[in-house]
Design a protein around this ligand. Structure first.
Ligand code: XIL
Length: 822
């Protein structure tokens, strides 16, 4: 920070010396802004072209962009070395400056590999952060309990002095102490250092490092500290104490080994960083990598989410004044410590062949403080799903297709299929070339027929030259009512994937079909329907309210269609357009939101997209997005939110608000969609018992006799009805009108084969119905998976939703494992 202040002074004075336009240095610093303002009579220089490497982007905002590197790869893999030099200006040796690497025996020091990394860095004008002087892992084997306290203290002193002194003028910074705080934040971690030397080992390490090299910046470094949480509280308390006692600490490193599905928001990171920079410390992102394996769906989808997380983390640093460096723990998926720790993944910015991943672009943009939106739901492969303007793209395979206004599931038109001379004729959409072998997709359609005949959604797939017809789902019609057909389209592992069609057919020849709103998309996109039923105010303001202001559908402005929502008579800044989602929102799940806003008059002002959450009697307010909007055009707000896990979620409202009192507010095209779903079955694998599960009259217990995964499964015995099995109650976690994907594994004991079903019992307005989610043939030698989907109907009162695995003959024991409902 001292260096930075000095630089700013120099820049300011050099601008003065050079006169107007003498410096084209881009910085957010106020001082320079003031100097340029004095030169405003001169034409400003054209903006520089966008940066093309991470280090260039970092340099423009005065941030170091770093990576951990490995000696082996750096010396043996020329492409790796070239890429490191091209993209980064800060290196951390991944292992080579750890104590165990440098001093294998008490009298043997080996700096070969560390020296090579410092030399490489010097050659490519990169700085180095040494890592790490005091850590309880990767210690030399001779540093163990047999040392007395004095011996350990002397050894540590010698190690710090010799190592730090060797790299004086070459190490820009050191991680002096790594991971010394307990994971639960209760105090210091129980290590050999704490046991033998007491808590003073920390300040002594900083003082010794400072004595050995007074110029190097000295850091405390730790993980799981990126948000405000008990562990970061403990780190904050510790470094506050160090600062207070004038211990020479310059900053704190936040490792950020993140999982994309639980990564903190930019604001959470910034709020936490602010607590540290307030103490006069620098902060660094020191070991960034972002795991994606838990994101459901295709690799493209995982990488799209990863890009946005890289983006927000980089932006959090750029938006924090004293965040001085962003270092990733590696840079190519060819080498990552993640695999040994967490299994297969793709955590870094370059893939295994050194091609740039979306994550790279996310970081590059983040370094320019340009935010990428949270990826929404992968779009519909059916480009004309709703027949509002024509029937383009659709085929009848011999039947007649026409647009109709007889019925419409949404909008005003749908597709009428008539003159059907065979039961397989219907509405056909070609997806050839759009889907990938080996991937799952969700397909759905709304259908009406005038009879009670069965109608189905089917896929025709030509895989390696063989044509197969795969039924996705079917259901019986109720005359004049819309039927929702939804199924999983699994494309087999073909070498050559040929023609792929989905089609609605199945009713006997002569029966007309009315089809609307067809969807084929990425597997998880089935969960992504817009939960705001009236997003565009096209038919009035139905569903919307305001808190004390006036709300109407207006044709004065429209982002799309002919109308938008207009809020007038605003006497409070928080008054706006309010939408109640209490009935459809799910606790513990993630949502993405978007909306368009425009002001009625005046200069730009922030519009906020806020959620009011009432959980177990307490209201909380979460700002999902906040963006300056103008009165001259529409502005998009995008954000996301994880609904807190709440036993009784009694209210969930979203509202657009924020501009000053008296300013009218237009809103349009508001969406709230569910992102990746998590398993609604909290105890899917019975690893610690049968919590949450029951049985209807039989016996259920967790057993180690069989397991599909892990060590246990559930065993159902004493079955006196075929329908007796393992039952899970989902009543409080499902929502009406939502479709779910479900699966369970089963194994039977006794006579093979046996039918096994996964069934849902749904109580809607006092009536029980039983929906077979899936069925399979089970046996006693191998586990069988039963998968399928079900939709929770829209009722006035949803009495209960239970799922259960059942079906084998009376007396046959049933093992059940790994149940999912998503
Ligand atoms: C890791 C290295 O990357 C691996 O090669 C090694 O086997 C184990 O250590 N936090 C840290 C790093 O501070 O030093 C760790 O590095 C990753 C977690």
């Amino acid at each position: 920070m001292k260096t930075r202040a000095l630089l700013m002074t120099l820049l300011a004075s050099s601008s003065t010396l050079l006169g107007c336009g003498g410096s084209d240095v881009q910085t957010e610093d106020q001082t320079v802004g003031a100097v340029s303002a004095a030169c405003s009579n001169r034409k400003p220089p054209p903006p520089p072209p966008p940066p093309t490497t991470l280090r260039e982007a970092g340099a423009r905002v005065d941030r170091l962009v770093g990576a951990a590197v490995e000696y082996g790869a750096l010396t043996n893999d020329a492409a790796y070395a070239a890429l490191a030099a091209q993209e980064f200006d800060y290196l951390t040796p991944g292992n080579e400056t750890k104590w165990g690497s440098l001093q294998p025996s008490q009298d043997v020091w080996d700096f070969t590999q560390a020296d090579a990394i410092f030399a490489f860095a010097h050659k490519h004008h990169m700085k180095v952060k040494g890592h790490t002087l005091v850590w309880h892992q990767q210690l030399p084997s001779w540093v163990n309990d047999s040392l007395t306290a004095d011996q350990l203290d002397d050894a540590l002193a010698a190690h710090i002095r010799k190592t730090v002194r060797r790299y004086m003028f070459r190490a820009h910074a050191w991680d002096v102490v790594n991971e010394a705080v307990a994971d639960d934040g209760s105090g210091l971690r129980d290590t050999i250092f704490l046991q033998k030397l007491g808590s003073k080992f920390i300040e002594k390490a900083f003082k010794r490092a400072h004595n050995a090299d007074p110029f190097a910046e000295l850091y405390y470094n730790d993980y799981n500290t990126e948000t405000i949480n008990p562990k970061s509280d403990a780190v904050l308390a510790m470094v506050t104490d160090l600062v207070k006692h004038h211990v020479p600490i310059d900053g704190v490193g936040f490792q950020m080994h993140l999982d994309a599905t639980s990564a903190p928001t930019k604001d959470q990171i910034k709020a936490n960083f602010a607590r540290f920079t307030k103490l006069g410390l620098s902060v660094n992102i020191s070991e960034l990598d972002i795991r994606v394996s838990k994101i459901p769906g295709s690799m493209a989808r995982k990488l799209a989410f990863q890009k946005e997380v890289y983006n927000r983390v980089a932006a959090a640093c750029v938006e924090t004044k004293h965040c001085t460096a962003i270092t990733s723990w590696g840079f190519t998926d060819a080498y990552s410590w993640i695999y040994a720790m967490w299994g297969p993944d793709a955590p870094l910015q370059f893939d295994g062949t050194y091609a740039k991943k979306p994550a790279y672009d996310g970081e590059l943009l983040g370094l320019q403080d340009q935010l990428v939106p949270v990826p929404g739901i992968i779009s519909n492969f059916v480009s004309n799903p709703s027949f509002e303007s024509d029937t383009a793209g659709w085929d009848g395979w011999g039947s007649t297709l026409a647009q109709t206004t007889t019925a419409a599931h949404q909008g005003t038109k749908s597709l009428l299929v008539s003159n059907r001379t065979a039961d397989w004729q219907g509405a056909v959409y070609a997806l050839t070339g759009m889907l990938q072998a080996g991937f799952n997709y969700t397909a759905s359609a709304w259908v009406q027929l005038a009879t009670t005949d069965s109608v189905s959604l089917t896929a025709k797939i030509v895989c390696d030259g063989n044509t197969q017809y795969t039924p996705l789902t079917s259901a019986a019609g109720t005359p004049g009512q819309w039927l929702f057909l939804s199924g999983t389209l699994s494309i087999p592992q073909c070498t050559t994937l040929g023609e792929v069609d989905v089609y609605v057919s199945g009713a006997p020849a002569g029966v007309d079909l009315i089809v609307d709103d067809v969807f084929v998309g990425d597997e998880t996109s089935s969960v992504g329907a817009n939960l705001i039923a009236n997003p565009g105010f096209e038919n009035g303001a139905a569903g919307w309210t305001t808190w004390g202001a006036t709300l109407s559908a207006s044709t004065a402005q429209a982002h799309s269609g002919a109308h938008s929502g207009l809020v007038t008579d605003r006497t409070q800044t928080w008054q706006g357009a309010v939408y109640d989602l209490t009935a459809v929102i799910l606790s513990g799940q993630q949502y993405s939101v978007t909306a368009w806003a425009m002001l009625g008059s005046g200069d730009a002002q922030n519009v906020n997209f806020t959620a009011k959450i009432s959980c177990a009697g307490t209201d909380s307010y979460v700002q999902m997005a906040s963006t300056p909007a103008t009165s001259t055009g529409w502005t998009e707000l995008t954000g996301s939110l994880t609904v807190p896990t709440c036993s009784s979620l009694t209210g969930f409202l979203v509202y657009l608000e924020g501009p000053s009192v008296g300013t009218d507010l237009y809103v349009d095209d508001v969406t709230l969609r569910q992102l990746a779903r998590t398993n609604l079955i909290a105890n899917p694998g019975f690893e610690s018992g049968i919590a949450g599960w029951s049985t209807w009259g039989a016996s259920i217990s967790a057993t180690t006799a069989q397991a599909h995964t892990g060590a246990r499964s559930a065993l159902v015995t004493s079955r006196t009805g075929t329908w007796q099995g393992a039952v899970y109650d989902l009543t409080s976690s499902v929502a009406m009108g939502q479709g779910y994907t479900a699966s369970v594994w089963a194994l039977v004991s006794g006579t093979d084969p046996q039918p096994v079903n996964f069934t849902a019992k749904i109580t809607c307005d006092g009536t029980d119905s039983y929906v077979q989610i899936g069925t399979a043939t089970g046996n006693s030698s191998t586990w069988t998976e039963i998968t399928g989907t079900f939709t929770v109907p829209t009722c006035t009162t949803l009495g209960g939703v239970l799922v259960y695995a059942e079906g084998p003959a009376v007396g046959v024991d049933l093992y059940v494992d790994d149940a999912t409902v998503e």
